[in-house]
Design a protein around this ligand. Sequence first.
Ligand code: F6P
Length: 357
Amino acid sequence: MKRIGMLTSGGDCQALNAAMRGVAKALYNGKEQVEIYGFLNGYQGLIYGKYRLLTYADFTGILTKGGTFLGSSRTPFKTIQEPDKDGLDKVAAMKQNYYKLQLDCLVILGGNGTHKTANLLRNEGLNVVTLPKTIDNDLWGTDMTFGFQSAVDIATNAIDCIHTTAASHGRVFIVEVMGHKVGWLTLNAGIAGGADIILIPEIPYDIDKVVEKIRQRHEMGSRFTILAVAEGAISKEDAKLSKKEYKKKLENYTFPSVSYEIAQQILEKSGLEVRVTVPGHTQRGGSPCAYDRVFASRLGTEAGKMIMKGEYGFMVGYKNREIVKVPLEDVAGKLKMVDPNASIIKEAKLLGISFGD
Ligand code: F6P
């Protein structure tokens, strides 16, 4: 008999349910008897002992459903080793619940912060297998995370919709794309949506170059320009600031986000009317795309296989089109960023896309 605990932590994304279904089906269809306990709302469920014994029925009919049927929450890593408001030691509480249920393993689905805590639990002696979820695709050790392709589709659709209205009105439009500190989502949605300018954190922009590109397009007869701007995009000047200086600047920041600052600067420098669209959390919502359903199902079943073999301490990742096991200590605390010299950037530039650099 294997006893498994499962939880989803951090910002949700599409295909979390598909991934959990993959793990569960592989385990239920395996030779061993299995009991799966679902912890509710991420690490909070593990800390406070909020769980329920799941059955086969919990995992049917969920392949196409967005969100996570277990619920999720953010439990920042920097607070995990601090006692809660009642003085509870969170790490000790998680271990206690693990041992109380006599678990053989925890299956943890999450992104960067989640992996830091998962690795801490591994260091504390718990058996852990993780699955890489996030629309940001910024997890180290895997070429792809599930949720990413679905979010690319939604952000692309947003740019597509803006395209037609931008063309009618001859306006400059900014579509702000999620992605936290990295530009994977913006880069891919920007190329797929035919954006003229793509601004990502990995390539700090010069606002004069951005305005120059818009002018060039106007001179060549284009009445509109579309910018795909990552929520973490940063100007060349700001990129030069120290962390402390940048934090100070943000204290007095009056724009809702970087796109509004860019819009204001374009207006001032060119006199052109600019509109900003922020699809926001819609990028994390709705059904997973077909790619993510297959991808998450594959990762999930591989996790199930690993559990049956007793292989713990790994994230199930994807490298060079193969499913791989990545040691958790290699994943935790690292960010996978877009390489400004990657061929995709050069190809985008050959398409005429400006990165404002
Ligand atoms: O990590 C996923 C993500 O959607 C990021 O792209 C975004 O910066 C962040 O989460 C938003 O977080 P929250 O849902 O807590 O507002």
